[in-house]
Design a protein around this ligand. Sequence first.
Ligand code: AMP
Length: 283
Amino acid sequence: MNVVVTVEEMLARSRAARSSGKSIALVPTMGYLHEGHASLMREGRRRADLLVASIFVNPTQFGAGEDLDAYPRDLERDKTIAAGAGVDLLFAPKASDMYPAGYQTWVDVDRLTLPLCGASRPGHFRGVSTVVAKLFNIVRPDVALFGRKDYQQLAVIRRMVSDLDMGIEIVGMPIVREDDGLAMSSRNAYLTTDERRAALCLSRALSQARQLYRNGDLVISVLLDAVCATISEERSAEIDYAEFRDGETLENVTIATDGTLLALAVKIGKTRLIDNCLLGEEN
Ligand code: AMP
């Protein structure tokens, strides 16, 4: 596996790969890799000749007072995991190379970014869509893989690719969980032992909502009360949002149907965790 740290070299390598007829898959990440990232990489390996993974803690998607500086980083460990998952080329650019002095161009997806994480993290999705558009231009992939763990992000990227005619296949991959149900996340590293146990309230609340739905409870306000009560049993848990929305448009719904999204963002102590499920589907 090769490691590329400049935009210029990455551009040259993707140009060379394309001109020799190779297809390219891209897995964008912020590093501190875990099995969730590795699952995307293995699928990318299956789908293209050249597998590129990027590691970039993108400053423009963090708001003031968020965890940009504290975000966990371990490039050596990431190299081992990426190589093990079949990555050919690890692209780890510097922020000063991605956003040089004078930078002033942004990609802004409109309605899809208004609710959920867009509401609680103003500017977040502008940073995400901009950096992903830049990575697409630099790597020029045929296919790019994203996790459904970041459900709204996946919807925003799909919209951007369609609206801007990028011609890249976007693959959404299932949420990879620890054995006890906690969705894998680089931010789980922040949790103390007690918080790690409390964090199970997210997956517990999702399971409960799915079970209620299976039993025929369709009224969103009833389902939501149950979800909030389950999360609130944990004293260290503070709900940022818990919302049922249309799984395609992310618009509000009042009655649950197959494919209704339940999206959660919950602070456990100082750590903000997200998780989600679609009702009526194996997740
Ligand atoms: P991140 O490094 O957190 O920005 O995530 C990079 C990519 O990995 C995104 O497409 C995420 O949705 C995906 N991802 C993160 N955690 C998981 C997980 N537990 N299961 C599946 N995909 C994940």
